[in-house]
Design a protein around this ligand. Structure first.
Ligand SMILES: Cc1cc2nc3c(=O)[nH]c(=O)nc-3n(C[C@H](O)[C@H](O)[C@H](O)COP(=O)(O)O)c2cc1C
Length: 352
């Protein structure tokens, strides 16, 4: 029996018309992977890519990195981000909650636990400058009061000396961030509060990573060089002749790939570091970058993105479609792609 395919004619016509537009050319090949079409069935609704992040189960290893907050129009963005996390069972970090240390005027912008529900990872966020002030003036309770009011699982601390330096109204640190974070861990009232430490788009080098791994914190977010970069952003906000002279400093930093290699070496030297989890972020363009980097990293990890979620956050159906594509794309990558041994891989500039 011959089964009639009703779409056959349109499809054939489309194929002919689109052939010229569908040329890839050799440079477009993504040579990070071996493509193995023989080895797997298609993923389906039963395909499980769930994982656990800091004790809570998420349906896929994706993370919405800390953004915005503190201004009225951020509320809809934050609420949509929380809604998509809830719909797909993912985790998220808030943007800086500094304003909540002073008053609850903007509390509703940050109050996302009721949307997320109790079971998903949800973190408050402060800059190291605020943490420094509170830790060294014995006001640490203000931090954890805020975490409690938000019903968050803990605190993300962003460590951003370059951003603060470039920022016209930026703070200067009186203590080294590692000293402040060590003190915070020491004085933390309860083990229930988890601590994540991150940069904001510059990444960090081996001494910083090692010193963080040695502290009783729970996770590190790379926030590497290669994506949204707050030094660059503050430079654009600044004016004045001195900018040209200092601009070179905005280009230092570490890509995710470099940080992953540093982390793997640190882990080889001290297998106890394996307890920590890593959020791979900074310039992750899509699930393929995430898959590639996760496969290379020897720690348990999730894939964080900020800009990509932000760009769709005001339109929920776009945000939802983007998130679904990340999840389905990662399932396909896991089914049909393996990462080439590092030396042979030709890396795309986005993740180099
Ligand atoms: C609009 C915006 C606001 C951000 N605000 C914060 C913040 O308050 N705290 C923080 O730790 N990181 C903040 N970040 C940095 C991101 O969490 C992330 O580290 C960085 O953007 C790199 O990710 P991306 O390349 O996917 O954008 C912000 C990023 C964006 C785009």
């Amino acid at each position: 029996m011959v089964l009639k395919d009703p779409m056959q004619e349109t499809r054939k016509r489309d194929h002919i018309e689109l052939t010229n537009k569908a040329q890839t050319g050799r440079p477009e090949v993504d040579s990070r992977f071996y493509y193995e079409p023989m080895q797997s069935a298609h993923p389906n609704s039963q395909t499980d890519i769930s994982t656990t992040f800091l004790g809570k189960k998420i349906s896929a290893p994706f993370w919405i990195s800390s953004m915005t907050g503190g201004v009225g129009e951020a509320r809809i963005i934050n609420q949509n981000l929380a809604r998509v996390c809830r719909e797909f069972s993912l985790g998220m970090g808030l943007g800086s909650c500094r304003t909540l240390l002073e008053s609850d005027e903007y509390f509703n912008d940050f109050n996302l636990r009721p949307i997320l529900g109790a079971d998903l990872p949800f973190f408050a966020n402060l800059g190291i400058a605020q943490v420094e002030k509170l830790v060294h003036s014995n006001n640490i309770n203000k931090i954890f009061d805020m975490v409690d009011r938000l019903d968050a699982d803990g605190l993300i601390i962003h460590v951003n000396p370059l951003q603060e330096w470039f920022q016209p109204e930026g703070d200067k640190f009186e203590f080294s961030p590692i000293e402040t974070i060590a003190k915070l861990c020491e004085k933390k009232p309860d083990h229930k509060y988890k601590i994540i430490v991150k940069e904001v788009g510059q990444g960090m080098g081996p001494k910083s990573l090692k010193s963080l791994l040695e502290l009783p914190i729970d996770a590190i977010e790379l926030a590497s060089f290669g994506g949204t970069n707050f030094s660059k952003l503050e430079l654009m906000r600044s004016q004045g002749a001195s900018i040209v002279e200092i601009e070179a400093l905005s280009r230092v930093g570490h890509t995710s790939l470099e940080m992953i290699s540093i982390l793997n070496n640190l882990l080889k030297a001290n297998p106890k570091f394996m307890e920590k989890q890593i959020i791979i972020s900074g310039g992750i363009e899509n699930f393929l970058d995430g898959y590639y980097l996760q496969e290379l990293l020897d720690f348990s990890s999730v894939i964080g993105q900020a800009k990509n979620f932000l760009n769709r956050a005001e339109n929920y159906s776009e945000l939802k479609a983007f998130t679904a594509a990340q999840i389905e794309g990662l399932k396909m990558a896991r089914a049909f792609l393996t990462v080439k041994p590092q030396n042979n891989a030709s890396l795309t500039p986005e993740v180099q």
